[in-house]
Structures are given as C-alpha cells and as structure tokens.
Design a protein around this ligand. Structure first.
Ligand code: HDE
Length: 711
C-alpha cells in the first residue's frame, strides 16, 4: 500500500437528496467490501440472492420433504438467513444508546491559520464533510426522546488530514471532575440494579444519592434541572466541547480553546408537563423532527465558535481551566465564530451509519491537541475501548461512516472482519520493496505533533486544590437565569426529589443547594413539604461576587422569527375555508409548517365544500406536538368538537404550556368547554394580516406571562 493514491471522493458538501448509490469511499488504494461497492440496494428486476450470491428460487417456503415436512437442515438458504438474523443486534452503547444521526458539511467562515494549523480552519470557504450524532445519555436504545437528560452532540469532521471527532454535549459542564468516577455516575443514573427501573430518568434515589455525595456535580445538576435538558428539537440546542482543548499553529505555538455550537435556529425547549406528554404521543419526536426538517430542505445550521485564551488568562481566571465542571464566561472571553455547519442529508440506513459510527475523543488532527483535563484524558482511553466492544473488531475504522475521506497508509493488518485487500509483500516499515522512500513512512514535518508540554511532579492520586470550589459557578448560573427559567429549575428539582424515597438523600441535595442560593433551596424544600436541613460545608469559600452571565440564559438565543416551527391547526366540518387557506399560505411563506388536525383522520369539509385532509386525528395530534396552535372549527360542528376530550386537551395543554394561540370567532365554545380565557397570548384571526401578526407574536416562542411562581 502506498500513500500516493489520491482519494476519488474529496470533502465536498453532500447532496441534499439521499443518493442511492454514492461513490464508493476509497481509503488509500483500498476499497472495502462488496467488490468495491460500499452501498447495496437491490434494484428493480434483480434476482434475490443468498449472501454468497447464489440466486434464490423461493423466499417464502423452507425446504421440506413432501408438502408437510419435515424441514431439512440441508436448506442452506434458510439457515444462512436465520443465522444472520440471530446475530443482527450488537451491544448498544453503554451510555448515549439512543441517538440520531445526519450528514452535513462544515464551512470555514473566519480562518485562523495563525492560531491552528488544522486544515479545516485554514481558508475562508473551505468545506469539510461531517457526520453528527445527537443522543440522550441514560436511556436505552428504545427509550423516549424527551427524557430529562443531557444531550450528546458528537461531530465527526472528515478532514483532509484525518478524522477529527468533537464529542460534546448540549450542556457546557459535566457532573464529575475525574474519569475514574464515570462508571459510578452512570451506574447511579441507569436503572437501579435490583429493580430494573426507572428507564431513561434521573428521578430516582441512586442518582440523587450519588450526586448529593459528590458536590462537584451541583453545577451540572442545575443545568440538568433546567429546560436545557428537555429541548424542543435537536435543531434548537447549543453544543459544547466541554473540556479546554488546544489549538496548535505551524510553529508549535499553542492556544487554549473551548468549542461552542450555536444553532442558527435559536435555542428552544419544552416545559416538563409537555415533555411527559410528548413521550407518550410521539416517543420519536426528536428524530422525526430532524428527519422531517432535512427532508423538506429546511437544513439546520450551527455556528462553530471558539473561546481562545492563553496561560496568562488561565492563571488569572478564578477557576481551573482543566476543571470540566466550570465554564469560561463569555463576558471574560468572547466567542469568535469561525465556521458554520449545515446538516443536509439523512442517513440511508440507521444501523449502518448512526449505530456503527464510532466517535473517539482521541481522534484529533494536526492543529488540535488535548489538555490535562483528567476527564478528557480518561475519555481518550474509553472511547477506543468501547468501540471494540460494540463493533467487535479493531477494523471498525473501515466501516464507511468511520472511514477517513483522505488516504490512509499504514501497516495495521488482519483482525476480525478485515475488509481491505492489502497487496504486495511488505507489511512492515522500513522496507525496501517500496523503493528509495522505504515507505510509507512517518514525516516529522507533515505528521501530527503533540505540543511539547513540560510536565513534572510526584505521582499521586489527588484532586487539585484548584478544583475545590463546587458552588460559585453553580450560583452564577442560577442568578443568570430569567425568572421563568428559575421557576422551571425549582419545578425540576421538586419533581425529581419528589420521586426520591429516602428522606436523607433529599435532605443532602437541599443541604448542598443552600450553598448555591438560600431561596432556591427553601422553595424546593417548601414544594416537597420538608424542613430545610443545615447547609453542607463547602470545600472552598463560595464566591457571591460573581456577576450574572447573560449568555447562560436561553433567553439570549431567541430566534429572529418563527421560521422552522410548526403550527397545529385544529379544524372541524364547516371551518372557514378562506381563513384556513390564509393560515396555510401565510405561514408557509414565513417558513412555518402547518399541520392540520381534525376530529377524523380523513380530514374535514371546509365552508366552501372542499375536503381538507388532516395529518392527524385529534387523539393522534395533541397540541404538545406543535410550537403554537390555531383553532378554526366550523360554526355548526364546534359544539360537538367541544365535547371531545382530546379537543379539550388540545386547547388546555396549549394554554398550560404557554403557547401562542390563534383563534377564529367560531372557537368560543372550545373556551367555554375548557374554561380557558384568552389572554394576550391569544390572537384573534379573521384575515391574512391577522395571521402575519400572529406569526410575529410567535417569534417570542412562548407566552410566559401565564407562569405561576412559587419562589
Ligand atoms: Fe462520553 N462516552 N464519556 N462523555 N460520550 C461515550 O462511547 C465516557 C463525557 C459523549 O453519539 C461512550 O461510543 C467517559 C463527557 C457523547 O456515539 C463511552 C467519560 C462528554 C457520546 C463514553 C465520558 C461526553 C459519548 C459510549 C468520563 C461531553 C456519544 C459509547 C471520563 C463532553 C457518542 C461510545 C455517539 C459516548 C465514555 C464523559 C459525551 C463509554 C469514560 C464529559 C456525545 O466511551
């Protein structure tokens, strides 16, 4: 094998429509499997074959003696088919099992060659192919999408100098400071070992037991109890690299960097009662939303921003930049946007791509390097190890979704499921078969070089003193939240601790929270009907002088418009045809989707006699699935509609979940039946201009004036 071969496929923007037979990916001079064909999809008229390529005469009946059996073991076709089926499942990821992936492209908008030699950031307009997998952490593969949980935000960049994996989350801090505690954290949040439940939930004793005994988790649990942990859509989440990494330039100079993904669509979450109902109504809510958006050409985009700083800043910072339970506030180090990622292609096959994609934090490219963050160092070991367990072979790098798009040239050979056919005699380096170069050989100039760090000190199992302050930034997060966000955090803790059976565990959480904010702890205690315990003793003095950091609030990321969101339009027979049309066309023009909901799945007859098909009958299309609702029932049929429990839920939930509501005059009986009184979040619509007003109002996403405060 030589390194001279140029790849056929370079990192270009993938086409939008899922292509059926993309070009085979070449890895060096080797193409993998299926006679070089990576993608297999049977074509019209093709004869079915066995895996050995033998044409099949019958795929309905096994081979028998006579009409009624016995079935013969000799039936190699049946044996092969069932043998393969028996082995279809592979171990699900131990964490982040439930995920959804998509292909995309990253484009550099502000090159930073002076900071990093990473080729993907070298030139304006440079495009790099990406694959992204979003996930929940605790739930099993089949768990619902809207669990209260951290979301994984893992990005694989197929750069010209190899694959770089930025394996981040939608929350910028983590629960623990040292990788050695990760198995304990995960055991505590997963189903309790003696019971086998709860599934995909942190609202149980073992999780709160662990985190209450690990005060370093306090900052992260505040984020987790906030609405950040129940995003409206994967498209509406931020992403964070969490750790401090390093950029390295061509001269070997290094700069610390924190990575931030900011959704162009704005940040948006649901409320807890809504999340609970979405999980029942559509457990696939997030994956369906992402798939729908990409398939309809509404490609989600994220800006990649970096916070860059040096040792001088690191020394002046009140916290340790190696501590993954801390953020670097944007007020101290502003974010510089350097590129934009667009997700523009769904996967052809969820198993082949989303399941088999293997992210490794150790996958870095020249220009990107690690720091001594003890969590990051542990992750670098774990991810490689876990892929071997999951995918069963060290050759997982040859699976198309994992294969680099640039040439590879090495002498790693053999192993389970070796897909490459390595030709030639020499499988070692140096060798004289390849000519004068003895190659392929490592190159000190072009090759990846680790930053020359000076390290010294005694070997010890120790937690640095600089990691000891567990509460000051938790407090800063708390005081940076809007009043509504604070209320939802209180509600989150009250719900979760309400599910905790042990009074000691509840008390310990409250004792820790007193170090964050007295009012917060007192309100939760009141909600639980408990007395406030004595505050726990912090390991370091809690700083009460940190100013709020506005960028920690979701309110800093409201979208510019309601585009990309969905209105649920409730109609019934006789609905005003002109108004229905006005809502549909005005919304669509503004990039807002309208989903029609009617008493019957077949739709409803409008006032002009036309039948409007429904996307859903009311029971299958509850208002929790939409960002806002419009109520346009027919005058004659509304009385009947108002008796329908699902129709009442539709209106009640929209109100209780703070949604904006457009309504026709004819909707009054729905309000009478539910007791809902239109407030300033309701817009009466009769003509297209009212619909425009409604859409403008909706850009605020929710009408928070309805919130009831307990604090
Ligand atoms: Fe992970 N994590 N993690 N993690 N993680 C995995 O790797 C691990 C951590 C994250 O969509 C596993 O391939 C350790 C922080 C994402 O495929 C495993 C520690 C952050 C994904 C693993 C952490 C993450 C994973 C399981 C503490 C945010 C899903 C399957 C030292 C910055 C990637 C797999 C995907 C997956 C280990 C902590 C994010 C077991 C030991 C911090 C997004 O290797």
């Amino acid at each position: 094998m030589t390194s001279e071969t140029t790849p056929k496929k370079s990192a270009k923007a993938p086409e939008r429509a899922p292509s059926k037979t993309p070009e085979p990916t070449e890895v060096g001079d080797v193409s993998y499997g299926n006679g070089g064909e990576l993608h297999q999809s049977p074509s019209e008229g093709q004869v079915m074959t066995t895996a050995q390529g033998v044409p099949m005469s019958d795929d309905q009946n096994s081979l028998k003696v006579g009409d009624r059996g016995p079935t013969l073991l000799e039936d190699f076709a049946m044996r092969e088919k069932i043998f393969h089926f028996d082995h279809e499942r592979i171990p699900e990821r131990v964490v982040h099992a439930r995920g959804y992936g998509a292909h995309g492209v990253f484009e550099c908008t502000d090159p930073i060659p002076e900071i990093t030699q990473a080729g993907l950031f070298a030139e304006k307009g440079k495009q790099t192919e990406t694959f992204v997998r979003f996930s929940t952490v605790a739930g099993n593969l089949g768990s619902p999408d809207l669990a209260r949980d951290v979301r994984g935000f893992a990005v694989k960049f197929y750069t010209d100098e190899g694959n770089w994996d930025l394996v981040g989350n939608n929350i910028p801090v983590f629960f623990i400071q040292d990788a050695i505690k990760f198995p304990d954290l995960v055991h505590s949040v997963k189903e309790e070992q003696d019971k086998g439940w709860p599934q995909a939930q942190s609202a149980h004793d073992t999780f709160w037991d662990f985190v209450s005994l690990m005060p370093e988790a306090t900052h992260m649990t505040l984020w987790q109890m906030s609405d950040r942990a129940i995003p409206r859509s994967l498209r509406f989440m931020q992403g964070f690299g969490v750790h401090t990494f390093r950029f390295v330039n061509a001269e070997g100079g290094s700069t610390y960097v924190k990575f931030h993904w900011t959704p162009v669509q704005g940040v948006q979450s649901v409320v807890w009662n809504e999340a609970v109902k979405i999980n029942g109504a559509d457990p696939d809510f997030h994956r369906r939303d992402l798939w729908d958006a990409i398939q309809s050409g509404d490609f989600p985009q994220w800006d990649l921003g970096v916070q860059l700083f040096d040792d001088e800043f690191a020394d002046s910072f009140d916290f340790d930049i190696l501590d993954p339970t801390k953020v670097v506030p944007e007020e101290l180090v502003p974010i510089r946007t350097i590129g934009r990622m667009t997700l523009n292609r769904v996967v052809d096959n969820v198993f082949d791509e989303t399941e088999q994609v293997a992210f490794c934090t150790g996958n870095v490219v020249p220009g990107i390097d690690f720091t001594n963050d003890p969590l990051l160092q542990g992750r670098n070991f774990s991810y490689l190890d876990t892929q071997l367990k999951r995918l069963g072979s060290t050759n997982f790098t040859q699976i198309p979704v994992n294969a680099p798009r640039c040439p590879v040239a090495h002498f790693q050979r053999d192993g389970h499921m070796q897909m490459a056919q390595h030709s030639g005699t020499a499988n070692y380096e140096p060798n004289s078969y390849a000519g004068a170069n003895r190659g392929p050989r490592a190159d000190a100039e072009q090759g990846y070089r680790t930053v020359a760090r000076e390290e010294a000190g005694p070997t010890r199992r120790v937690r640095a003193e600089s990691f000891a302050d567990h509460y000051s930034q938790a407090r800063q997060f708390w005081i940076s939240q809007s009043e509504v966000e604070q209320q939802h955090i209180i509600d989150g803790y009250t719900f979760e601790l309400g599910k905790v059976v042990s009074p000691d565990i509840r008390s310990r959480v409250l004792a820790n929270l007193r170090n964050v904010d007295e009012q917060l702890a007192a309100t939760i205690a009141d909600g639980l009907g408990l007395d406030l315990p004595k505050a726990s003793k912090p390991a370091a003095k809690v700083r009460t002088d940190l100013d709020p950091s506005p960028k920690l609030s979701m309110t800093a990321y409201l979208p510019e418009s309601f585009a990309g969101r969905k209105i649920g339009l409730l109609i019934s027979d006789g609905a005003d045809a002109k108004l229905v049309k006005a809502i549909q066309t005005t919304a669509n023009k503004a990039g807002v989707l309208v989903s029609v909901v009617a008493p019957k799945a077949g739709g409803a007859k409008l006032s002009d006699g036309t039948l409007l098909e429904a996307e859903d009958a009311i029971a299958g299309g509850p208002s929790v699935l939409f960002d806002a609702v419009a109520l346009v029932p027919g005058e004659e049929s509304v009385a009947q509609l108002a008796k329908h429990p699902a129709a009442k839920d539709f209106v009640n939930d929209a109100f209780n979940h703070f949604k904006f509501v457009a309504y026709a005059e004819s909707a009054q009986p729905l309000f009478d039946a539910t007791g809902v009184e239109p407030d300033d979040g309701f817009v009466k619509v009769g003509a297209a201009k009212d619909v425009t007003t409604f859409l403008e109002t909706c850009a605020a996403l929710r009408f928070w004036d309805r919130e009831v405060f307990t604090g």
